[in-house]
Design a protein around this ligand. Structure first.
Ligand code: ADP
Ligand code: GN1
Ligand code: MG
Length: 363
């Protein structure tokens, strides 16, 4: 179904005048919908959920509805603005919270949070600190949410050891004959097999607590107010599942502590910024309101490294498999992305002591 036909299913205010592709997500098809109504223009976000990545989109939507309802109540309780500080689903004309097309596509719509932007690279450390605070607060707010009620949208999403096995399978299949063009990246991964299960083992043994986590905390998954540069709303709730705060902390560092975009082809521009790391760590810990355990804190630098390695390995796996998972704009896109992640991992390996000191100094 095309986006105009899908837009017509929702109870938007006014008349739809434009539906255009929007944003930089790698997974769903996201559109901005513009409607004309008596008092001017109003915008919405309309999304077609990715059926390949999310086989059970009804389970995903059940999670999203429960989580957004819960967060909305928390925002109201804290005296915040529930129209801006949480996602608000727009019902369909039939009163449903999302739309399923006859061919099985799942579409959802949310209020467009105006006067905000999604950043690929932070403007400065203060902006990134506040993004960290928002992601930490997200985990803190969901502390009382029943983890067992959540459907596991993508099983083993951050199980790095299982991700490693998937990489090995893609490498031995080499279904597109691309392995020869990624030899040094493949060797980079093979050399780091040990350590992949550090966080899953810590969860399994009880060394660190299971929490309800976001699991996809890249900088462009928090909307930032364009005037104040403060984080307004955490978005992209598709992967909210039981996990560890270290997934969210680590993935946030991965995405935001780089001096360049995730797909920067010129590696001389890609470096790990310890100032940004310090800012994110202090913001995240503040957002978590003192609930971080000593064991979690001790693993924060390692988690940043591991989540970055995992993401690079996923990009490389997708490159070897013929780009079936992440959206790509050109043939080498996933390989280019893998390279930036591995550059960051190397830099984090060299900066391990400085990263540990930065976390230890954060209050
Ligand atoms: P994906 O899973 O593909 O990353 P997202 O849910 O993150 O999809 O949405 C993609 C982009 O759309 C975001 O990075 C952001 O720029 C924009 N976006 C999503 N929801 C909203 C919203 N409610 N208001 C404004 N922009 C939004
Ligand atoms: C995807 O959906 P998006 O673009 O925010 C991916 C994340 C990766 C990220 C890398 C469901 O995030 O896991 O870390 O790309 N989301 C899913 O940029 O796989
Ligand atoms: Mg996103």
């Amino acid at each position: 179904m095309n986006e105009y036909a899908a837009a017509d299913k929702f109870a938007f205010d006014g008349t739809v005048t434009d539906v255009s592709l929007y944003g930089n997500g790698h997974i769903n098809d996201t559109y901005a919908v513009t409607c004309e109504c008596a008092d001017g223009k109003i915008r919405y976000i309309l999304q077609r959920l990715n059926s390949n990545v999310f086989p059970d989109r009804k389970g995903l939507m059940r999670n999203m509805i429960a989580v957004t309802d819960f967060l909305r109540a928390a925002v109201v309780r804290d005296g915040g603005d529930p129209e801006r500080e949480c996602l608000n689903l727009i019902p369909t004309k039939d009163g449903e919270r999302y739309y399923t097309s006859p061919e099985g596509e799942v579409w959802r719509a949310t209020q467009f949070i105006e006067n905000t932007d999604a950043y690929l690279v932070a403007d400065d450390a203060e902006m990134f600190r506040d993004a960290g605070r928002a992601f930490g607060k997200f985990v803190a707010r969901l502390a009382d949410f029943d983890a067992d009620s959540l459907f596991e949208v993508i099983p083993d999403f951050h199980n790095t050891a299982k991700r490693y096995e998937a990489f090995e399978r893609a490498l031995s299949a080499d279904s597109c004959g691309r392995a020869a063009s990624a030899r040094s990246e493949i060797d980079f991964v093979l050399a780091r097999k040990d350590g992949c299960s550090r966080l899953v083992d810590a969860l399994k043994s009880g060394e660190i607590p299971v929490r309800v986590t976001h699991n996809d905390t890249k900088l462009n998954n928090v909307l930032i107010d364009v005037d104040t540069k403060r984080a307004v709303c955490v978005i992209d709730l598709d992967t909210v599942m039981p996990g560890t705060m270290l997934y969210d902390f680590g993935d946030g560092v991965r995405a935001g502590c780089s001096t360049a975009k995730e797909d920067e082809p010129d590696l001389s521009k890609v470096d790990f910024d310890i100032v940004l790391f310090r800012a994110f760590a202090s913001g995240f810990l503040k957002g978590m309101e003192g609930s971080v355990t000593a064991a979690e804190r001790a693993l924060m630098p390692a988690a940043a490294r591991l989540m970055t390695f995992e993401c690079g390995m996923r990009f490389l796996t997708d490159y070897l498999s013929g780009d079936t998972y992440f959206k790509t704009a050109y043939a080498e896109h996933n390989l280019v992305r893998a390279r930036t992640q591995f550059r960051l991992v190397e830099r984090m390996e060299s900066l391990a002591a400085e990263m540990a000191a930065a976390v230890a100094e954060s209050v």
